[in-house]
Design a protein around this ligand. Structure first.
Ligand SMILES: Cc1cc2nc3c(=O)[nH]c(=O)nc-3n(C[C@H](O)[C@H](O)[C@H](O)COP(=O)(O)OP(=O)(O)OC[C@H]3O[C@@H](n4cnc5c(N)ncnc54)[C@H](O)[C@@H]3O)c2cc1C
Length: 426
């Protein structure tokens, strides 16, 4: 029986525990910095909706019953409604539906299922407890409870699934030859929650698609319906162009939305504006590493090793897919991690690096390219049967409507990606 320590009980750490325990001969301990989500009141402060498509959903579907349980806490989306500045919607249907689910709910379902299915002899999850260091020689993780108490625990293998600010990655960068690069994307965001049905019941936004509006100057609103008839979303803007900066009262925030984002106007109440005004502005860091394992004992997965911009909504999908790809490597090498780990890096790294390019350069920032983007997604798509060469699919379509590996999507859409890159440099 191998003892696996997983640092981080986010989506990828929890799904990996499911996979390992379904293989048998593994004992898993998970350490998570945050409070137990079953005990703590779920805070809306740091949560946001996640859209899962086939890459992430296929990984979830390998665990019996998990997709059905998640679907009960989310909403299936069939496409996206893009609103003009005047509030006119234009619909883009998707061949493959996405599951829209709040990040906290995704974690909660993964956790509850894990603990229901496996005995405490095989899986232990300790919350309120951070990894602060690792002793690579003695194979020990050094942990600290939030009350300051420190302890160590031995591992056979250790997994860094501790997200973009990964402490495991920090330790490895300092003590091994893994090379990691960090950047901040040129956008920041604020989470926003509003009812999906207007308080006076006169207007209702569709409950089966994403709602989005681009306001110019890099300001974008994306809202996802939730099962409880709420819309959860994010207002995205560049740090030097915060549209709410001069809104010193809740009324001013409400007025901004009423004047500039007509589709949300009937839904938003003064109390929603007040909560939004109090929310902090969040920055987004990206991470790129030159491998996904260190020696023959340590695996890095998810945002810890490839955090990307959320612009195309693939970070979690890719993270969940990491787990499925790693399990295929374990199958191939009969659970010999010393062989499975390098095989995983060899198979996966080009895809996660391609995802980074796609996340940075799929969405254009110049106005002419934005118009072309919308034209090609709407009219161009309809003309494709007659003019296939003139209306190549955009990367967004290949991501949303195919299961191609990210490196293949990048290859097929390199022309568009290069043009967006050039327009940003100009
Ligand atoms: C606004 C926004 C919208 C997004 N939308 C989408 C989307 O639509 N679709 C999509 O696919 N992706 C989306 N993403 C990306 C997605 O959220 C991440 O890719 C995904 O959460 C990565 O999962 P993870 O388990 O690797 O990391 P995380 O979700 O960050 O989980 C890591 C966990 O490790 C814990 N931890 C951290 N440090 C320590 C430590 N030292 N010790 C112990 N525990 C620790 C953290 O508390 C956390 O619970 C979005 C991201 C943002 C910011």
């Amino acid at each position: 029986m191998q003892k696996i320590i997983i640092i981080g009980a986010g989506p990828v750490g929890l799904l990996l525990a499911h996979y390992l325990l379904s293989r048998r001969d593994y004992q898993v301990e998970i350490y998570e910095r945050r409070l137990d989500p079953r005990l703590a009141e779920q805070s809306n402060q740091r949560t946001f909706p996640i859209a899962l498509q086939s890459r992430g959903l296929n990984a979830i579907d390998q665990i019996l019953g998990l997709k059905v349980a998640l679907a009960k806490k989310g909403v299936w989306s069939q496409g996206v409604l893009i609103y003009s500045k005047q509030g006119q919607p234009r619909r883009i249907n998707r061949k493959m539906p996405s599951l829209l689910i709040d990040r906290n709910q995704l974690n909660l379902v993964l956790l509850e299922h894990l603990l229901e299915k496996h005995s405490r002899d095989l899986v232990k999850v300790k919350f309120d407890c951070s990894c602060v260091d690792i002793n690579l020689e003695s194979q020990e993780a050094i942990l600290q409870s939030n009350n300051g108490e420190r302890f160590t625990t031995k591992y056979d293998r250790l997994v860094g699934a501790d997200g973009v600010g990964s402490q495991v990655r920090e330790v490895l960068s300092a003590r091994s030859d893994i090379q990691c690069q960090y950047d901040f994307i040129p956008d920041v965001y604020k989470s926003l929650h509003v009812p999906r049905i207007a308080p006076d019941q006169t207007v209702e936004l569709a409950g089966n698609c994403l709602h989005t509006s681009t306001l110019g100057k890099g300001i974008r609103l994306v809202m996802a319906p939730q099962p409880d008839d709420w819309l959860h979303g994010t207002l995205i803007f560049s740090p030097d162009n915060n549209p709410l900066e001069n809104c010193t009262t809740d009324e001013a925030v409400l007025a901004y939305f009423q004047e500039n984002i007509p589709f949300i106007k009937p839904m938003m109440r003064l109390e929603d504006a007040a909560v939004l005004r109090q929310r902090p502005v969040s920055k987004i860091m990206t991470v790129k590493c030159d491998r996904m394992h260190v020696c023959d004992r340590i695996l890095l997965v998810g945002d810890a090793v490839h955090a990307v911009s959320p612009s195309i909504g693939q970070g979690c999908n890719a993270s969940l897919q990491d787990v499925q790809v790693f399990a295929q490597c374990l199958d191939r090498y009969e659970d010999k991690w010393e062989e499975a780990l390098p095989a995983f890096t060899a198979k996966r790294l080009s895809d996660v690096h391609a995802l980074r390019e796609l996340s940075d350069y799929t969405f254009p920032r110049s106005k002419p390219m934005m118009l072309e983007f919308i034209f090609r997604l709407t009219v161009g798509k309809k003309l494709r049967p007659w003019f296939p060469l003139l209306t190549n699919p955009l990367p967004m379509e290949l991501i949303m409507e195919s299961e191609l590996p990210y490196s293949e999507v990048l290859k097929q859409s390199q022309g568009w990606i290069n043009r967006v890159k050039e327009s940003m440099q100009n």
